[in-house]
Design a protein around this ligand. Structure first.
Ligand code: NA7
Length: 545
């Protein structure tokens, strides 16, 4: 497209990750719409295109971290690991793009800078950083929940003369840590996955930890072919269970409270799910680890004991032990050899809760006590402006010139996480207010894409020009999301779920905590009730010449 080109489209999709790829397939190939996808990267993959740090891996088991919309695709693809590693996920998405010919209408290396709803034509006017301008009836965001990285504004940050990287924007050619003094700031999922791998390569690794974390061992390994073959035979049933589950996983969900059994049985159940590894500890042990403080504390104590058993130096073990927030209040981390890494002589833990980072210097990091750590490489594993950051990067303007950013100044306001009042025909895939990050993402993404596709088909079939949430429905939904979150552990930590990791961001719990199955049912009811909570606008009569 040249700068001057104006193209009239049916739909613009932003992003070519899991969401954008599947949305493109549904709208372009199944509804036959004229679609363009804008993607900032030079290939498909989204989150998995950018997050290439060492050890990057998904915490969902591989057989569940994939599309289910095409049965043959599910049968043909062979995962090699129990958990899919980043290069393999990218290969998978590449394969999907090839298989369904999903690249031909993607404009790569192109970011959408603004999108304005033109009330006269009832079309979105979309502009990009290449100067493109297109108009479309529908605007669909597949921009990810964790795709706008944040590097804290430490004093002297830009004075560092060594190499500096953010985990979410990793160089494609990789980073050579051999013989280097490396500092990793941050111990969320990205830090915890990368730290053991970097430790094995670097001359010395300093880990700058502000908050100790609860972790469950992944028990990662190669995939058991026999298990995978068995799963493939039963795929439909497995996915059906996952679709109607709380977390988007097909696990048996216990109904027992951690307090309903005696201590010996409780420990045995924790131990069993700990040995199985991954999210089974959270979803497969007891029903109330994230809703009952005493149950959460029992899980926390179990993990604290594991840390003491694993880490040889008791002082280091104590620094690594989380005590300031309940288990289940932050994203539960899944690790491989994380605590074991601190038994290495070439790894040092720096507790920046008691001795915060004062400044980044040209040659390293100085903490408030005056201690200076000489470094060749700094890795910022400092997370993302989650859920709303990627919306705020685009100048989105709805009816009456209202900016989405302004509307969301006190926190995101959506109906079902699918749309926002005053922004007609704007659909969000896994937007704030939907289960999204609290679930196995492909399950949530497919549900949203299917729902949006059905809505667009409904509009087209009935000659309806616009759909948008009513202010009342979205206010009710917002209240509901908050009410569900209020009694959970999630409200007891400074997490990115609450926006607490970004200075000045409003403290609002953003995802829907009620579970994927419940949410799906609600979305189906909305449709069955004639798109309840949405205002449907009849097409304006064509103007006479
Ligand atoms: P996270 O989970 O937000 O972790 C970021 C880490 O960086 C965390 O340990 C933070 O400490 C730390 N951090 C952030 N800002 C600072 C400052 N200013 N000073 C010191 N330390 C800081 O991001 P990830 O990339 O690891 O994971 C994001 C999600 O991606 C993950 O949950 C999965 O869903 C996939 P804190 O805990 O805030 O004290």
């Amino acid at each position: 497209m040249t700068t001057e080109t104006v193209t009239e489209l049916d739909a613009v999709i932003i992003g070519a990750g899991f969401s954008g790829l599947y949305m493109n397939h549904r709208l372009r190939d199944q509804l036959g719409l004229e679609v363009v996808v804008f993607e900032g990267g030079d290939n498909v993959g989204g989150t998995w295109y950018w997050n290439r740090y060492p050890g990057a891996r998904c915490d969902s088991e591989s057989y569940m971290y994939c599309f289910a919309f095409d049965r043959q695709l599910m049968q043909d693809w062979e995962w090699s690991g129990k958990y899919p590693e980043q290069p393999e996920i990218l290969r998978y998405l590449d394969h999907v793009a090839d298989r369904f010919d999903l690249r031909r209408n993607v404009r790569f290396r192109t970011r959408v800078t603004s999108a304005r709803f033109d009330e006269a034509t009832e079309r979105w006017v979309v502009r990009t950083d290449h100067g493109d301008e297109v108009t479309a009836r529908y605007l669909i965001t597949g921009i990810g929940c964790l795709s706008t990285g944040q590097i804290p504004n430490f004093a002297g940050r830009d004075s560092f003369t060594g190499e500096a990287y953010h985990t979410g924007s990793w160089p494609h050619e990789g980073v050579d840590f051999a013989g280097k003094r490396v500092g990793v700031i941050g111990t969320g999922s990205s830090g915890v996955q990368s730290i053991p791998v970097i430790a094995r390569q670097a001359e010395h690794l300093h880990v700058f930890q502000r908050t100790p974390q609860y972790m469950i061992p992944a028990r990662h390994g190669t995939v058991d072919k026999a298990v995978l073959d068995k799963v493939k035979l039963d795929y439909d049933a497995i996915f059906d269970r996952a679709r109607h589950s709380v977390g988007g996983f097909p696990y048996d969900v216990p109904t027992r409270s951690a307090l309903s059994v005696d201590d010996a049985e409780r420990q045995a159940i924790f131990e069993q799910t700990w040995q199985e590894g991954g999210f089974r500890f959270v979803f497969g042990s007891f029903s109330d680890l994230r809703t009952n403080l005493a149950s959460s504390e029992a899980a926390a104590e179990f993990i604290r004991a594991k840390i003491r058993e694993t880490v040889h130096d008791p002082e280091v073990a104590e620094k690594l032990t989380p005590r300031d927030h309940p288990f289940g209040s932050k994203r539960t981390l899944i690790d491989t050899d994380y605590f074991e890494t601190y038994n290495r002589d070439d790894v040092t833990l720096v507790d920046i809760c008691t001795d915060p980072i004062a400044e980044i210097t040209p040659t390293g990091i100085r903490t408030t006590s005056g201690e200076h750590y000489e470094l060749d490489i700094i890795v910022y594993a400092t997370g993302f402006d989650a859920m709303t950051g990627s919306f705020n990067r685009i100048d989105i303007e709805g009816r009456g010139g209202q900016k989405l950013k302004d509307k969301w100044a006190a926190g995101p306001v959506t109906y079902l996480g699918l749309g926002s009042a005053g922004f007609p025909n704007l659909f969000m895939i896994t937007g704030p207010g939907s289960p999204s990050v609290l679930t196995n993402m492909p399950i949530a993404i497919e549900q949203h894409v299917d729902w949006i596709t059905d809505a667009i088909r409904h509009l087209d079939d009935h000659g309806i020009a616009t759909i948008e949430p009513t202010a009342e429905a979205e206010a009710d939904w917002g209240r509901h999301v908050n009410e569900l979150a209020a009694p959970t552990m999630f409200m007891h930590a400074d997490s990115w779920y609450l926006g607490a990791n970004i200075p000045g961001k409003p403290r609002v719990f953003m995802p829907y905590v009620g579970g994927m199955g419940t949410y799906r049912t609600r979305c189906e009811e909305v449709v069955a009730n004639g798109y309840e909570g949405f205002a449907l606008g009849v097409a304006a009569p064509a103007l006479a010449d």
